[in-house]
Design a protein around this ligand. Sequence first.
Ligand code: SAM
Length: 241
Amino acid sequence: MSLKREMRMLKRLMGIGAKDDKQVQKTYEEHEYLDAYSRHTDMRVEEDPHEAVGGMWEEIGQLQFDFLVNEGLQSHHTMLDLGCGTLRGGRHFIGHLNPGNYHGMDISPKALEFARLLVEVEGLTDKSPHLVLSEDQNLQFNEFADQTFDFILAQSVFTHLKPEHIEECFAHIGRIMHEGSAFYFTFFQGDKHEQTSVKDFRYEPSFFEELAAKYNFDFEDCSERYVHPRSQVMVKVKKKK
Ligand SMILES: C[S@@+](CC[C@H](N)C(=O)[O-])C[C@H]1O[C@@H](n2cnc3c(N)ncnc32)[C@H](O)[C@@H]1O
């Protein structure tokens, strides 16, 4: 048994997890979903900033970076890392892009606090990344008035969002895209839409295909070029010509 699994089992036996579980449940009962999810992420960042964004820090950080570079991400491009978390992927993108070209947005103040520290510790301050807290917690992108991005990535974000949040994203993201912009996102595929835990969701691909058609985007499943260790699906959408 791995050390991590052993620790988890010990915590459970000592009732530590049980108390945490109750607190998490209460958070979701007492707050609107995105507010609760942001509070939950804050709690998790305080516990472990790498696990808070799903773990596999090195592997999934490198995976998303290599993928976007293969898709054409060059240093002069601008990028929005939507739901950047604690910069699992962001630290690679910031190093690669020209100063000022990386933008990370998140709803978790604690994740961004850690991200800012990480930028300092990893000697990336000169790259001047923009790390933005989404105060209104919606996906209308009012934070980026009159700005467009060449690449937008939402890695492991729709895996935690409800259909109405995802639709809001599709309805507004066109405003921060130009004709050549590409928006990439991942999701967990299921036979039907399903909530599998307080903050985990599965979707049928047709849900995204229909949203893409409704909001005038071309839809491409890129999963063959992106092999995720937990089998997340990767999609690319672009504005229809
Ligand atoms: C599982 S983490 C992934 C973080 C990062 N993309 C990565 O791959 O490491 C999901 C992140 O999305 C953020 N998030 C969820 N909904 C969001 C929203 N509506 N706007 C901005 N960030 C959001 C969460 O706070 C969390 O930090």
